[in-house]
Ligand binder design. Structure first.
Ligand code: GLC
Length: 650
């Protein structure tokens, strides 16, 4: 049956059997549309048609679908090209073979609550009103321990640290968001005292990653699995802004579970998943990082749980391919790096990072390697795999070669000739040496180096962006030598990058006229605040992953001990302000979930460094060979293994 015929068939109500509550997982590309969804769409308009829905009524229970809106009226021109029955029992994603979904989170949370003497009905309100006396006790314990041992390793300090961790777990639990009874994510911030929640009451894809990793490392797989599958359902949603639809494959920045009245019954309600692809976000920017993080989390889920059935599902494979196709699509680019707008990642407002920002490139490289590992070979994917391999090689060459700076390279740039026209120009991007700012001349340590923030024609953004550098280490986008040099630089510049709270999002801040022009006079991004040189505790987890990869855990341990002194006392802020991170950020949310989860992931990885492998990637020999072939073909510099005889065929 052709798609449109099938849609008609379904619209006419010819497939009621799909509404069975035990119609669970399917890998088939079913075309399905439920009657109640249509009714709701009529009543609430297209907005609710776009949402994943789950009614509390028994007769209208399965309604997840993937659709592509081709424009025009709701019924006339809408093609529902694929629909998957996501879950049954109305409430849950289908059970995973080999994974106990029966007890799952519930069991752990009950145990955990018992352990900490907390009632299982604890809510954020209770948690946020943490007893001052308890706090004081903890501080006293810490200061006693510091006085005695000075290392934070005494029993008192250990007890204090334990209670911080316990508190963090409780807060993480309280941040969980449920959809039809199943946990599907964590809310961005859970601050009951905040009068300005903006969109922090949503589940952000990027913010959930540390939460998801913490759950995985704790053996709680269901929430991660549910998150992966539900966000997948949102991936190909109809999404428009002022009549324009972005590319298929885009993952939302965030989603919210809404409870809405059920059509025809004033007393009943239903839950809908309402995604935001950037059309409601500040700046209206599409989140390029969401899909990349989704792939990285999917691989981590498989590696940690041992359950590969999720990544092997046809709809999940399709989801991976859709993200890849969107990223690998031909454009006008001369560079292998992804061209994106300002604010399309963690830094989601204007900060002068449009073009080819390092953060996106590191996540792109990481997601390509993860996807390569997970894609099941099939006839139709040969072209995609070829494009992926080519891009991996070109991307790593480009970043390692052109984004890298250290003292030697800086001196080279300082002496650059400009206006070179030729194929073998040394100064390929026509960088004028005067761009080297005085701060950089002073700042660059003798030992160490880093990847610059962005590279454009005649423009190098020399700012140090932490997430991009840390993930370049974690993913292996940076070479081994470069990775160690990045960690050397972090050690050398500790007072700038860590100071009183890890970790500075970028260094240095934009000030004066530069701030005015580049941020558009953004009052939230004033110098040394928020995205403009603010300090973000969540970055602790990426720092820890990078340190574990390079077998230098002591750096992460030191940063965690700095964070531990304040995080709980300060109520887990989103970010800190000032050059040395002394103040809680001016507009910082409190009880920010990814600050809490980031801390927990760092602690879990310090306890079990091997676990970092679920997040790190390595080049395999094929890629190393391909890279070395490319290096030897480069007239300017030779680097990498020389002895390799194999060639890489793409
Ligand atoms: C801010 C951050 C963004 C984060 C969101 C939710 O907008 O810039 O990275 O995802 O808050 O915490």
């Amino acid at each position: 049956m052709g798609t449109s015929k099938a849609v008609l068939h379904v619209l006419s109500g010819a497939v009621p059997q799909f509404l069975s509550s035990d119609m669970c997982s399917t890998n088939l590309d079913l075309v399905f549309y439920s009657k109640c969804l249509i009714k709701s769409a009529k009543k609430y308009g297209p907005k609710y048609l776009r949402s994943l829905k789950c009614s509390s009524m028994s007769g209208c229970r399965i309604e997840s679908y993937r659709s592509k809106h081709l424009g025009g009226g709701l019924y006339r021109n809408t093609t529902i090209d694929r629909l998957k029955l996501l879950s049954c029992k109305c409430q849950q994603a289908e059970s995973v073979s080999g994974v106990d979904t029966g007890r799952g989170n519930e069991a752990w949370f009950v145990d955990n609550a018992k352990k900490t003497n907390l009632n299982s009905s604890i809510n954020s309100q209770n948690i946020s009103e943490f007893d001052d006396a308890e706090q004081l006790k903890r501080e006293n314990e810490a200061s006693i321990s510091n006085g005695k041992a000075g290392t934070g390793t005494s029993t008192f300090a250990a007890a204090s640290v334990d209670s911080i961790e316990e508190e963090a777990w409780e807060l993480l639990k309280a941040s969980m968001v449920y959809y039809c009874g199943s946990p599907v994510g964590t809310i961005a911030a859970n601050d009951p005292t905040s009068s300005n929640v903006v969109n922090y009451d949503q589940v952000f894809i990027r913010d959930f990653i540390p939460s998801g990793i913490a759950f995985l490392l704790k053996g709680e797989y269901d929430i991660v699995r549910n998150f992966i599958l539900h966000t997948l359902q949102l991936q190909s949603w109809e999404k428009t802004m002022d009549c324009h639809s972005p590319g298929q494959g885009l993952m939302p920045a965030s989603f919210k579970v809404r409870t809405v009245p059920l059509d025809g019954d004033d007393l009943a309600t239903e839950e809908v998943l309402d995604p935001d692809f950037g059309e409601a976000a500040i700046g209206r920017v599409a989140p390029v990082d969401s899909g990349l993080w989704w792939i990285i989390l999917l691989r981590a889920y498989g590696k940690c749980s041992g359950d590969l059935s999720v990544q092997e599902r046809v709809d999940v494979q399709t989801g991976i391919k859709m993200i890849l196709r969107l990223c690998l699509a031909d454009g006008f680019d001369m560079f292998p790096t992804l061209l994106v707008t300002d604010g399309s990642c963690m830094i989601d407002r204007r900060m002068g990072i449009h073009g080819h920002p390092l953060e996106i490139q590191a996540l792109f490289y990481s997601a390509l390697l993860c996807a390569r590992e997970m894609l099941t070979p099939e006839d139709g994917s040969a072209d995609l795999l070829r494009a992926l391999n080519n891009r991996l090689v070109a991307l790593s060459f480009h970043i390692r070669e052109y984004y890298w700076i250290d003292m030697r390279k800086l001196n080279e740039i300082y002496r650059y000739k400009t206006e070179e026209y030729s194929y073998d120009a040394v100064n390929k991007f026509n960088i004028y040496p005067d761009q080297i700012s005085p701060w950089l001349v002073e700042w660059m340590p003798n030992k160490g180096g880093y990847l610059i923030g962005n590279l454009q024609p005649a423009h190098m953004d020399f700012r140090f962006f932490s997430l991009g550098n840390l993930w370049a280490v974690a993913s292996g986008l940076a070479t081994t030598a470069q990775s160690h040099a990045i960690l050397d630089l972090i050690e050398a510049k500790w007072t700038d990058l860590v100071a009183e709270m890890p970790f500075k999002i970028c260094y240095p801040a934009l000030e004066g006229q530069e701030w005015q022009i580049i941020t558009g006079c953004d009052p939230k991004n004033t110098p040394w605040s928020y995205h403009n040189g603010g300090s973000w505790p969540t970055l602790l987890w990426q720092l820890t992953v990078a340190c574990m990869k390079m077998n230098r855990p002591e750096i992460a341990a030191k940063a965690v001990s700095v964070a531990e002194k304040r995080l709980s006392r300060d109520k887990w802020p989103e970010y800190y302000d000032t050059k040395k991170a002394r103040f809680i950020g001016k507009q910082s949310q409190l009880f920010q979930t990814w600050s809490i989860a980031g801390y927990l992931v760092a602690k879990l990885l310090l306890a079990d460094p091997n676990a970092a492998k679920i997040l790190t990637t390595e080049e395999d020999s094929e890629l190393v060979n391909a890279f070395s072939c490319m290096i030897s073909a480069n007239p300017r510099r030779k680097r990498g293994p020389k002895s390799s005889k194999q060639t890489y065929i793409v």
